[in-house]
Design a protein. Sequence first.
Length: 111
Amino acid sequence: MATTHSPDHSGHGLPKAVIEDLLSDDTRRRALSILAERGEPMVVGDLAAAVLAAERDIEPAAVPDTDREELTEELFTEHLPKLTATGVVAYDSMVGTVEIQRRDAVPSDGR
């Protein structure tokens, strides 16, 4: 069965403390920026490669597979649960993609 998370359409933003917590981690902050910039669903492994590429100032294709796999696992275990629970992203388990849902938690500094 697919798992998805619907965006919160209540019109209320996330509390400042929640946004600060979400943005307190460099990996999560970069992932949110990349998802917002992309504006469409991304395969989680591709998001991992894009995050590592941004950190290293290289092309995503140049990211070693082992590093990509390690960060993919980290995204699944540490970051996506928090981001989906807050409604900031939606994860589609049928196709393995993640998509930005709430832009109020996207860093404005582009990091």
